[in-house]
Structure formats: C-alpha cells, structure tokens
Ligand binder design. Structure first.
Ligand code: AMP
Ligand code: ZN
Length: 271
C-alpha cells in the first residue's frame, strides 16, 4: 500500500525511535485516527489523547469515535475534559478571549494555541517522548502558502514532519507522520479500513483565509502538492535562518515553554 510506504519513509526520515512512547492527539477525525492506526501497525508504542472540547453534539460524537478507535486498536487512551479542567467549554473560553485580550483572533487560532498548551503539558506529565498529530499534506501546503502570501515565510521555520530546532526538557516534540499524505488518499484509506471516525467538520471552523487558500489548493494534483512541500523541505534551512528569536524561555505565569516572557496561552487568558 502506497500510503503505508510513504508513512514508513517519513518515520525513517525523522528517525522515530520504537522504544519511545508516543502520545497520539486524537480529535475523532480521520487524520489522527489513521496516524494512530499506522503507528500501531508499524509496532510503535502508542497511546491516545483526546481533548473533549465540550461543544455539544459534535464533541460527543468525537469522543465516542475516539473511544471506539482505541478499543479496536487495543490502545490505552486519556481524555482531557476541558469543562472540568478549565471550567468551561471551548466556545465560552474562546468567546471570553475574543471579547477580552484576544480581539481579532480567529476561532481556530485560539483553539490551536489552547490545544497545543494542554497537549504539551499532559504529554510531559505522562512521560511521553513524542506527540503525534494528524496534520496532512493539504494542511501543510495551505499553511506554507498562507505564510508566504502573508509575507512571513519565517512562520514556517519550525514546521516539518518533526518540529525543528526545539530541544528543551519541558517541550515534547511533535511529529506529523501524515505530512506527505494527501487528504483524499487519507479519506479513501480510512473508509477502506472502516476506522471509526467523524467526517463532519468542527462547527466553529471559521478561518476564512485558510478557506480561500484551500479553494486554490483543491485544484492542485497530489504531485503538485508534493512538489510544493519538496520546495519547502529544500528551502527549510534558509527559512530557519529568517527567524528572529529561537530561544525557548519558560512562561512567567504558567511555567510552560514559550518564546516570549509570557506564553501565547497566558497572553490570551490573562485577566
Ligand atoms: P486541527 O487543528 O483541528 O486541524 O487538528 C490538527 C491535529 O490536532 C489533529 O490531527 C489532531 O492530531 C490534533 N487534535 C485536534 N483536535 C483535537 C482534540 N480535540 N483532541 C486531541 N487532539 C486533537
Ligand atoms: Zn503561560
């Protein structure tokens, strides 16, 4: 199977160690489900991690898909209930931020920062060596093009099948085993394997700029998308040199790794 071969190659390229424990961030969707399925199939030590965002029916469906998947794979999993841990659902937390310190921030940007903050802290507490996410070729092509179109290629500096240049005892490296796999191929494969997943999109998905870029990338062939990421890979060292700040500090408020004195999460939620 071509997908399997490509993912094996990606894992080889990033030198993924079979002894290390990997926490797969499972959203309930197809990409992260396939990530867990393949890592498990290839003999890696994987466990699942799901953040229950408390967003009504959609979150309930995601939670139940994650539970079913982990049961089928025979994988241990952890559920982080955002309402219990942070006092409110993602919708309320986000709304507070958008009417407070995060005016103008997009839904997905806020949710992304919060999810990364939670994942890093929990994976570290649970002593995992890596976090795997389901980001695919289409996601990565869109992000890379968006950063170029905004005139900020340096924002792609840490991107890649493994996050680059961050080595710190409090930071758990994130890997993207599906970095070179097109979304269409993932959808077909997940259907073929009948993996329990939610195909519905998040009801709060509201990143208009990404939507515009996606309209364009949807016209591209897989080969063209692969070529864009080949360009990215070969320019990667140069892009990394564009970064102004590469030192990791610890946030003055929460103690989590941060490039600034106060991390993005605490900047958003400060009272
Ligand atoms: P997204 O930011 O929604 O495009 O998701 C990107 C990746 O983040 C997914 O492929 C998952 O690996 C992870 N992820 C997204 N949502 C969740 C969630 N609720 N719980 C755990 N991991 C998630
Ligand atoms: Zn902080």
């Amino acid at each position: 199977m071509e997908i399997e071969q490509k993912v094996r190659q990606t894992l080889k390229k990033i030198n993924l160690d079979k002894r290390q424990k990997i926490l797969v961030a499972l959203s309930g969707g197809k990409d992260s489900a396939l990530t867990a399925y393949l890592l498990k199939k290839f003999g890696y030590r994987v466990e699942g991690f799901h953040i229950d965002l408390g967003m009504g029916d959609y979150s309930k469906k995601c939670l139940s898909a994650v539970k079913k998947l982990c049961e089928e794979l025979g994988t241990k999993f952890y559920i982080y209930d955002i309402k219990k841990e942070m006092g409110n659902s993602m919708c309320y937390i986000r709304n507070d931020i958008q009417t407070g310190h995060g005016k103008g921030l997009k839904n997905c940007a806020i949710c992304g920062v919060i999810k990364k903050w939670i994942m890093n802290r929990e994976a570290r507490k649970l002593k995992f060596g890596k976090i795997a996410t389901g980001h695919n070729l289409d996601d990565e092509v869109q992000t890379f093009l968006m950063n170029i179109l905004k005139g900020s290629p340096q924002l792609s500096a840490n991107s890649g099948a493994i996050i680059k240049n961050v080595s710190d005892k409090k930071f758990i490296a994130r890997i993207k085993p599906l970095f070179y796999i097109a979304e269409d191929d993932i959808r077909k494969y997940v259907k073929l394997k009948k993996l329990p997943v939610v195909f519905e999109k998040c009801p709060c998905l509201l990143d208009s700029y990404r939507k515009e870029v996606r309209k364009f990338t949807n016209f591209l062939t897989t080969k063209e998308k692969e070529n864009i990421m080949k360009n990215f890979d070969s320019l990667s060292e140069k892009i990394q040199k564009l970064k102004t700040e590469d030192k990791l500090n610890y946030c003055e408020i929460c103690g989590e790794p941060s490039r600034n004195k106060v991390c993005k999460m605490c900047q958003m939620i400060k009272q």
